[in-house]
Design a protein around this ligand. Structure first.
Ligand SMILES: Nc1ncnc2c1ncn2[C@@H]1O[C@H](COP(=O)(O)OP(=O)(O)OP(=O)(O)O)[C@@H](O)[C@H]1O
Length: 250
């Protein structure tokens, strides 16, 4: 479980996050949702330590993160897999080299062990026998799968995904969501997904926090999000013309 307590973050004169607290449970796909520019990525970066909040605590299964020393931080970081926005693959490396990268960086496994592990996760994401391809040779959806394989190649406890569906068509998005959901349950990891995709919210939102202008306005799940009674959240959900029409029929 990851616990976030009273996180506040300011850039210059602009306060981005206001006193955010939340608990993200292990074995669940936890979603941070909200409109563009509302602070979702800054919150995720604060949780991982890429951004330093002025106030607040982050606990990884009870272990304090932000104020821990270099060694403790490094240990927790080793347990984190991250799927970055846009995939963030190395264009000049093959898929195998991309997926193997965290093992080269963080482990002293033998070459054979690494290849075994890489083949294992590539097969898990449905990309067996693509080892020698370059990222430019595969589709957007496949790149995300490579990103997921790389995120889980180490023995992780925490999986973070920043806008996993950006740039994908709805059907491919659904498959990526399902993969993230399945992996979360299979590996029993604490997963946090940042998204503004309502399909993801309804599909895999086992626990959801809704941010608006840097504040947590609502918390719940996909079963109760449509009955939140929260005007701000309803405006977010029913933003498109199609959804507005649908809202009238509900
Ligand atoms: N390093 C930074 N320095 C200054 N301002 C920043 C920095 N990082 C983010 N911001 C600002 O913080 C605000 C929230 O950004 P953030 O990326 O968290 O939004 P978001 O909710 O993830 O949006 P999106 O869905 O568009 O990615 C924005 O106004 C952004 O310009």
């Amino acid at each position: 479980m990851i616990e976030v307590e009273n996180i506040s973050k300011t850039f210059g004169d602009t306060q981005i996050l206001y006193d955010i607290s939340a608990k993200f449970e292990r074995g669940k796909s936890n979603l941070i949702i909200g409109a563009s520019g509302t602070g979702k990525s800054v919150l995720l970066k604060s949780i991982v330590g890429l951004v330093m909040p002025e106030e607040g605590k982050v606990l990884y299964d009870g272990r304090k993160f932000l104020e821990s020393d270099k060694e403790e931080k490094a240990q927790i970081r080793r347990e984190i897999g991250m799927l970055f926005q846009g995939g963030a693959l190395f264009d000049s490396k093959t898929i195998e080299e991309n997926v193997q990268f965290p093992l080269d960086l963080l482990t002293d496994m033998s070459k054979e062990e690494k290849i075994d592990r890489v083949n294992n996760v590539l097969s898990r994401v449905g990309l067996e026998n693509t080892n020698d391809k370059m990222p430019s040779e595969v589709s957007g959806g496949m790149k995300k799968r490579v990103g997921i394989a790389r995120a889980i190649v180490n023995d992780i406890n925490y999986l973070f995904c920043d806008e996993p569906n950006s740039g994908l068509d709805p059907r491919t998005s659904l498959l990526i969501d399902e993969l993230i959901y399945e992996i979360t349950h299979e590996l029993n990891v604490t997963t946090i997904v940042v998204t503004h995709d309502m399909n993801s919210v309804m599909g895999i939102g086992e626990h959801i926090i809704y941010l608006s202008k840097g504040k947590k306005l609502w918390e719940g799940n996909s079963d109760n999000i449509l009955d939140s009674g929260q005007e701000d959240l309803e405006d977010f959900i029913f933003a498109s013309k199609f959804m507005k029409k649908l809202r009238k029929t509900l």
